[in-house]
Design a protein around this ligand. Structure first.
Ligand SMILES: [Zn+2]
Length: 499
């Protein structure tokens, strides 16, 4: 619906301010077709006099531009919204510093308004408002089409302040007074670009740079003071402090034959056992020579931080004592972090040791597993009599002629399961603590003996184990912690488990 028509003189007229019908003498601002003012019982509006697809969509936009010019003529004020942001800088150490800047909101009275004024590089704002000789703000009225990023970029490159006023929520038939009120203060608005913000960012930048310089100066002062303490300390005092000790570590890890993760770590303590004094100065760093673990010649460097150019010789192992500027609460020995450079062959030697130890461990585990697998295979294919004979041999007991009664919960005899648990879980593993609940469902034993796994059988095994361990406790071989956990405290030679 169209509420605004253009008069012969080019002025935009509201539907309520014109005579009815063709007498309105207005044309459509988009297609120039004569308009008819319909002022009947439904909402008053303009209609095109002849059939057309035009919907006169820029009528309100044009009326709004006219409203901006009215504001200038009537010397009314315009509301400029607040703008703020952060300016950040990174210093040479990589720390970020930020400063907030703010432009307060203000009402200003423009001195001049120019419609369709062409700025350099072809940018044409809806209205250019001037405030004094030097300041101007491009006003963009948003009714249907928002300004795009490239429009914003153009204002940025011209460093021309630009304000977008959003009239998209205004009713289509808003009156002139309503539009003026919206443009002046009521409608939402935002800065597309602000040259004032540029000034504020610049101010924030200078403030930050000055602050960073002060912080750096303070850091340097702290470093020089700490360095002075180190440099002035005699060799004895230096070698008694904690900073001459450091540790190198290497870790080797792999999965063993059972698929368990195994890890071996090797560490070496590197201790400065001698140091040459005095220190030689290289800018803000100092250097001298020393000896590690009474045999290896090394360089020692005191450093402000590792980002500086350090006086390091590429071949010589060097202990870099890096200064921690952030901890003024610590005494000087604690304000240096030791770090080894050119210590690759030491690291490699440690790694070699870790790898070797791990491979020995893996081989042992593999042999153990193979042995257990062989045992399991023989055991599974044997009769209870053969099983007991072999277990007696392993336990260095005389052969046992009577194998005892078969117990269905164990799927073997009392003598066999007790010998098996004693030899393989207690004697071999020697793990100290035994949990009857765990042994009653042990997968390795269960597989060897083909245990039934119904709840009754499990409970029976658990109770048998408990009775057995209680008996061992009475014999002084084990110690009970509750009814489930026991510790074998004595492992007699040639012990017969079932007696
Ligand atoms: Zn039209």
């Amino acid at each position: 619906m169209i509420a605004w028509g253009q008069s012969a003189s080019g002025e935009m007229l509201h539907i309520s301010d014109v005579p009815r019908g063709k007498a309105c003498a207005c044309v459509c601002t988009d297609c120039n077709t004569p308009l008819i003012a319909r002022q009947g019982s439904i909402a008053w509006h303009f209609a095109h006099a002849s059939k057309t697809t035009c919907n006169g969509e820029s009528a309100l936009h044009k009326a709004a531009k006219q409203a901006v010019l009215r504001i200038v003529e009537a010397e009314l004020s315009l509301y400029l919204p607040r703008l703020d942001g952060y300016f950040s800088i990174k210093d040479s150490a990589g720390d970020t510093y930020s400063e907030k800047w703010v432009i307060d909101p203000v009402n200003i009275v423009p001195s001049r308004g120019r419609e369709e004024f062409r700025l350099p590089s072809g940018v044409q704002p809806d209205v250019l408002l001037e405030f004094n000789e030097s300041a101007s703000i491009a006003i963009e009225i948003h009714v249907r089409n928002r300004k795009t990023d490239s429009d914003v970029e153009k204002y940025k490159s011209l460093q021309q302040s630009a304000l977008e006023i959003d009239l998209s929520k205004l009713p289509w038939d808003a009156s002139l007074d309503h539009i003026i009120w919206a443009v002046r203060e009521a409608a939402p608005r935002k800065w597309l670009f602000s040259s004032k913000a540029l000034e504020e960012k610049d101010k924030a930048k200078h403030k930050l740079e000055a602050a960073i310089d002060r912080i750096r100066e303070k850091k340097l002062r702290a470093v020089r003071e700490a360095m002075a303490l180190v440099i002035q300390s005699d060799a004895n005092r230096f070698l008694c402090s904690r900073i001459h000790r450091s540790r190198l570590k290497a870790t080797s890890s792999a999965k063993d034959a059972y698929g368990e993760a195994r890890e071996i770590t090797q560490a070496a303590d590197l201790t400065l056992t001698a140091i040459d004094l005095p220190w030689k100065q290289y800018g803000d760093n100092w250097k001298t020579e020393g000896c590690v673990n009474d045999k290896v010649h090394v360089d020692v460097v005191l450093a402000l931080d590792s980002t500086c150019d350090l006086p390091i010789d590429k071949a010589t192992p060097t202990l870099v004592l890096e200064f921690l500027s952030g901890r003024p609460d610590l005494t000087w020995e604690y304000r240096f972090r030791p770090k080894w450079i050119n210590a690759r062959h030491w690291q490699e030697a440690l790694q070699g040791r870790a790898n070797k130890k791990l491979s020995v461990l893996l081989r042992q585990t593999e042999q153990k597993k193979a042995e257990m697998d062989r045992f399991a295979l023989r055991f599974k294919n044997a009769t209870d009599y053969q099983r007991l004979t072999n277990l007696c041999k392993a336990l260095e007991l005389p052969p046992c002629r009577v194998i005892g009664r078969h117990i269905s919960a164990w799927n073997t005899t009392d003598k066999v399961w007790k010998s098996l648990v004693w030899y393989y879980l207690l004697r071999e593993e020697h793990s100290g603590f035994i949990c009857t609940e765990d042994i009653a469902v042990d997968p390795w034993l269960g597989d060897l003996l083909k245990w039934p796994n119904d709840p009754d059988s499990i409970t029976t095994r658990e109770m048998d184990l408990r009775d057995w361990f209680l008996a061992l406790t009475q014999d002084g071989l084990a110690k009970g912690y509750d009814n489930q956990v026991f510790e074998v405290i004595r492992m007699p030679e040639r012990f017969c488990p079932w007696r």
